[in-house]
Design a protein around this ligand. Sequence first.
Ligand SMILES: Cc1ncc(COP(=O)(O)O)c(C=O)c1O
Length: 418
Amino acid sequence: MHLALPPAQLLSLADKHGLPLFVYDGGTITRQIESLRSALDVPALEIHYACKALNTIGIVKHIHNHGCGIDTVSPGEIVIALQAGVPASEISFTPSGVLTEEYAFAISKGVHVHVDQFHVLDWLDIHYPGLEITLRFNPAIQAGGHSKLQVGSDGSKFGIMSHQVDAIKEKTRSLSLRITGVHMHLGSDIGDSGSFDQAYEYLLTIARQWADTIQRIDLGGGFKIPYHPQDHSIDMPAFGHKISQRFRRFCEEIGRPLTMVVEPGKYLVSAAGYLLMEVSAIRDGGSIPMAFVSSGFNHFLRPMNYGAYHHLINLSNPEGDVHHYDIVGYLCETDNFASNRPIHEIRRGDILCLMNAGAYGYTMASNYNTRPRPAEVLIADDGRTQLIRRAESFADIMQTDLGYVADGLSSPVDPKAG
Ligand SMILES: Cc1ncc(COP(=O)(O)O)c(C=O)c1O
């Protein structure tokens, strides 16, 4: 597990922008896009980056500049993609259980929508007759790095279930909507291509049902990257070769070239991200020393939410003796980044770097304990550094709090007070 950026550069960015700080290496993102594209040899390929992983406009722009479309899950993400300069024709909308107003918003912007609910089909047919849509199916296969990430398994809330397929076929026959795509998303952190093969076969079987109108087959995302030094990544060249071959055979069977769509999130951005945090205190005396950092699960949720391993490096003392530490955050709640972790001696004031912080880091951050979220810096392909999001202030957080009005006395909150 190595840093793609020199430690001195990270330390100087910390000095310039303050801590905590997210830093993203654009070069790593670019290499991941290229590795995916070169592995997939099909008549037509669209990579739709699942921007829920990290949707700062600067990042979305970088990824779009490298030829990717964007997959979105909310009106907010659609607006971000449009503001990043992505044409509506390169944006897809894959929500889950949302109000029809959200579909109306997406369609008003010209964005292609993915549907997995019967009532939405009826509603679309009335309001947008003839609309081209993609249907999302649930392959009922359990795969993914954590139970919360196994979204394509039987009983999950996502996608049309296998027992609904006949009914959906029947329904779409009676509607004016054109089914131009089929979609699945199996889950996240999937390294074993066997589950993909199975799910993929299932999706192709489904695609045959709409063989006369189908234009694209969307395999979703979920491609595994290593988190632990001993961990492995999906074997992208082997995986890509296999699914491409199968896809080309399917195009031959259908008798025309189709577009393969993939929706990677973490595969593109996870390893590109670093979260820099200052050590605020060391507590000795227990069985394992504890290092407190000036951040917490308000900024990076994955260790607490998924029990995820994230590698940590002491940037300030890379040659120090290695000891074991519990690394904990500053929230007033159990807030662990790592337990019993071997790391170069940690001293108060040191700067720790949490790796693989690009995906589901900032986008899952909150203001819990009324703490502002950090700034974000992107290092472009040419090495230029750009602040792509300033740090939040207390005033930003308080903007929506209108204060309390009682007995005719208004006491608006003045964020600048105190
Ligand atoms: C519909 C859909 N596509 C793609 C992704 C991206 O997954 P990953 O970041 O694991 O590649 C997700 C993640 O939840 C998703 O829900």
